[in-house]
Design a protein around this ligand. Sequence first.
Ligand code: S3P
Length: 750
Amino acid sequence: MTQPLFQKVAFIGLGLIGSSLARVIAAEGLAKTVVASTRSQKTLDDALSLGLISAGFHDPIDAVQEADLVVLALPVRATQHILDVIKPHLSEKTIITDVGSTKGNVVDAAKAVFGARLPEGFVPGHPIAGAEHTGVHAGKVDLFANHKVILTPLPSSADWAVQKLIRLWEYAKAEVICMDVEKHDEVLAHTSHLPHLMAFNLVEQLANREDNLDIFRYAAGGFRDFSRIAASDPQMWHDIFFANKKAILNAVDGFEAQLATLKNLIENEDSHALMGLLGHAQAARQHFNHMLAKKPLMENNKVTQQFTILPGAHTFKGTFTVPGDKSVSHRSIMFGAIAEGTTHVTGFLEGEDALATLQAFRAMGVNIEGPKDGEVTIHGVGMHGLKAPKGELYMGNSGTSMRLLSGMLSAQQFDSVMTGDASLSKRPMERIAKPLRQMGAQIQTTGERGTPPVSISGNQALKGIHYDLPMASAQVKSGILLAGLWAEGETSVTEPEPTRDHSERMLRAFGYEVKTEGNRISLQGGGKLVGTNIQVPSDISSAAFFMVGAAITEGSDVTLEAVGINPTRTGVIEILKQMGADLTVENERIAGGEPIADIRIKGSRTLKGIHMPEDQVPLAIDEFPALFIAAACAEGQTILTGAAELRVKESDRIQVMADGLKTMGIDCTPTEDGIIIQGKGKSGDWSPIFNGGEIESHHDHRIAMSFAMAGLRTSGEIKIVGTETVATSFPTFTALTEQAGLKIQVSELD
Ligand code: S3P
């Protein structure tokens, strides 16, 4: 048997938190002996009969003898007294931790007992978990699972003690975060203590009114939701408010100032500013819920969702409008923000990537209303109006946000840092940092191999350069041109092959002159953008999944309406046509400066394998995962070359697709810059092509959606793990596939 983590654990206090941790220790066999001391004999008896402890005491001195871990799981105000009592009985190797919700006062209590030289083993902690009930019976072995535990190691804390506690809490399946004491108390003052204070205060305010009975009788869901936490234990909150007095009073000051602002706006009937404030708050709430709640999981490479598709005869039919173009949505926010005047956007993609851009500009002081039903109004601040963000800018999964913003932020007066999720944190950023440095930017890629975080020092005078792009990348091209808006003189880039030109088109729509001469694009710095209206077309990259789905399904008939067919994006149409797909582009028109059309595709004939034309590669760069699914269903071999860029997308799309295709029984060979796929299709035969199996999507939305389409031709169940990133570009994906006839079961993973 391996050595348990501890020889003897002593709990001082054994309520909900203590007994839950004791349950984890028992279930995982983490200690040879577990004992406890509490005042209540009943608690000790219950703990003994539940098998949580082998001995119980009333005197903490008896409990801590020879313990190598002491857990203080009792009200925080008792800390100093207990430490005083047990001090002579602790050894140098005893780890002492606690579970209280304030930390500064626990450290003060320890200092009062031990003096300035605190024991090496003293590491305060705070599991952020709770339940309605208290007491030894209320404890649960999974109380901490997927909850955060904050440890606040002190300068005196030894690493061995911290590491051992981290392991202990990891056995409880908690997510352990280390923070300093002041930070902990400040964060908790805002996120927990202030809301409790406000809830108690509001209930008190209403309870004191003469008509309080009416108020409570008619109180609707809003009051009930808001006041729920005012039902918590008054003694505990009394203690917390005193224990964390300084940080809480600061938070209350902030609240009062914000309330005064809001009051003022109502008093003065400032509708514009009030809408801005409410819209900002609503969007921030949505953003924190959807994206930031997942941020630690995504940064830690965890997956939170999976798709399951069962085999069966599927149809694939209907007329659909897929969400707005991701590239155009990003740019509409960026350009609207630095324009003079107001920009109205319709058809905006309310996916996490574009929302990350939107949130970043809000963090830089731009007033943005919406998004609501795809509508966004941006009150531009002009070329010199962005303000320093208060913290790092989190870009989630979005390479476009990070690379384009690298250019814009390099030209600002303030410093900034951009971070991303597990996928973005692996993507190359030197490709944009290098040319920006040549322009005079101070930009560092602080990740391991030229990867994020990206750190930028502001206040640099940029000068225009000419740059020969070593790779066909619209993001790098755009990042350089955007820095060029603030640079002295001309900035120009030459691209090896044409890439999407949304930046050029949209800058012109905002009144900024951009020259395109063959593959050379240039602009002069020092001009200005003027707010305008932007109509975002439907995203051809999202439509591509439905095109492929229809092309591989017998009898299908799908129309995708108002899809952007900018010629720098239509590679997928050209390639599918060359593969023999029954595809027509109808009703071509111009909307908001971009060409759009309805695309109709029918499953009337078996596709055939081709050597994909290299000149179409940059024009279909995001569509290859879907096209590989089409190739697997085609008759004969499909070869792709000249597409090495696929290896540095949200995942290595060549390797990840090859792995997934092989899992599903497709013979394929990845090459340095492409892939060879042996299609299993036979002319006129619509039987299943894929075996099913479990696919890893590697934090890549397009991998997930492509393999979902394979569900239309599968003989076995397909499980796609890590599908939460689909929300980055196509939040309505599963709803629309279901309408078309492909049922995808979505399960949230713990
Ligand atoms: C994009 C450019 C492309 C594309 C990405 C969006 C853009 O990336 O793959 O999804 O909006 O400029 P690269 O510039 O890396 O090719």
